[in-house]
Design a protein around this ligand. Structure first.
Ligand SMILES: [Zn+2]
Length: 166
């Protein structure tokens, strides 16, 4: 899932939690549900155009990424106040994997290139598990350009719910 989709889901979660629960449960549930929603959204990401590697020679890939990254930054700024809490926790699994676990793994590899690293510790194993065990029946659009439509539908769906609730 693209960052914008995660962020919109987090905004929605925070709105709902603050409408349903009282302090401090509203904060606690925002944190828990925003964090968990990351794995669920990522498990659904095979329904979207989401190539694991950068395709820098592909004009479509470049255009899509310019649009989606710009939109992600804009949404982040628009919703930062007061939705920074939900947005922080929805992005936490990516932050942990990319900025903490991956550098540790790379450092280990550099130090002992021959050692086989037995366990591949990463938070995204949770999304992989959901995808393989529960959502295995979904079509795989990872490399299909029309997969951007699914992402756009999700963005539209979350945005309209936010618009309704705000
Ligand atoms: Zn992720």
């Amino acid at each position: 899932m693209e960052s914008i989709t995660h962020n919109l889901a987090a905004v929605l979660i925070q709105i709902l939690c603050f409408n349903i629960f009282f302090y401090p449960l509203n904060i606690i549930f925002t944190i828990i549900f925003a964090f968990l929603s990351h794995f669920l959204s990522d498990a659904f990401s095979k329904l979207t155009y989401h190539t694991p590697e950068a395709m820098k020679n592909d004009k479509f890939w470049i255009t899509w990424h310019i649009i989606i990254y710009t939109a992600s930054i804009v949404t982040f700024i628009i919703f930062f106040l007061p939705f920074w809490l939900g947005m922080l926790f929805v992005n936490l699994p990516d932050i942990i994997d990319w900025f903490i676990l991956r550098p540790i793994k790379n450092k280990k590899k550099r130090e002992s290139p021959d050692a086989i690293i037995k366990k591949n510790y990463s938070m995204h194993q949770i999304s992989d598990w959901i995808r393989i065990k529960i959502l295995f029946w979904l079509p795989d659009l990872t490399y299909k350009k029309y997969g951007v439509i699914t992402e756009l539908i999700m963005i539209g769906f979350f945005s309209s719910l936010i618009y309704l609730f705000i």
